[in-house]
Design a protein. Structure first.
Length: 222
């Protein structure tokens, strides 16, 4: 259930501001209201849903400012996390990541969404997973808007071979393979800076698309 609700919210937030109808959510999945509420609390922890003591459950909208704020946090934290996690990454794992990027670079036309998401997950999740500061990891997990916008762009528009992005990924992975963890962290910071600009460009494109059909438990706020 949580994966389905997360996917529905991710589609909606790029196109507007919505209220989540808790009872409607429960009815959509034939579960009790407490179960629906628990799902929403878990999504709140990941930064997708907002709620304070007296408010409704709210999602969206994705704004340039919100993306910039998430990017700033990630630029401050991710290079440090990568540097600490890197010594525990296996050479075989990094080689497989490199092969995935190289394979995408050789593709013609639109690159399948699952390929793009896999490459991004390798760098921004798998390469960071050995960091043991759970609080910092939770903060990073809540700064997902840039990745959500990129995933939606791949879904609605499609992503073609991007030499610059893939070259940045390869540079980071190659430095990790060489054990140059300080250099890998510096390259990662530069990649996040460049990726922030690309994400804002993609948000502008998404903003002019017709609003898609959203889940029935999401009520648009005018």
């Amino acid at each position: 259930m949580i994966a389905s609700v997360e996917a529905a919210i991710m589609v909606a937030i790029a196109f507007g501001h919505y209220r989540v109808d808790e009872q409607g959510l429960a009815d959509s999945f034939s579960v009790s209201r407490p179960v629906a509420r628990e799902v929403l609390w878990r999504l709140r922890e990941s930064g997708l849903v907002e709620k304070n003591l007296h408010s409704s459950w709210l999602v969206g909208p994705v704004t340039a400012q919100a993306i910039a704020h998430d990017r700033e946090v990630r630029m401050l934290l991710e290079p440090h996390v990568l540097k600490q996690s890197a010594p525990q990454l296996r050479h075989e794992e990094l080689a497989a990541m490199r092969e995935a990027v190289s394979g995408a670079m050789a593709m013609e036309g639109k690159i399948p969404r699952d390929v793009i998401e896999g490459i991004e997950r390798d760098l921004h999740v798998s390469c960071l997973r050995h960091f043991d500061n759970k609080r910092m990891s939770q903060i990073l997990h809540g700064c997902r808007l840039p990745m959500i916008v990129d995933a939606l762009f791949a879904q609605f528009i499609g992503i073609y071979r991007d030499e610059s992005t893939f070259a940045e990924h390869l540079e980071i992975i190659d430095r990790l393979l060489a054990g140059a963890f300080e250099d890998a962290a510096a390259s990662h910071a530069a990649h996040l800076h460049n990726e922030g600009r690309r994400t804002l460009d993609r948000l502008k494109v998404l903003s002019v698309l017709p609003e898609p059909e959203v889940a029935p438990y999401l009520q648009r706020i005018v």
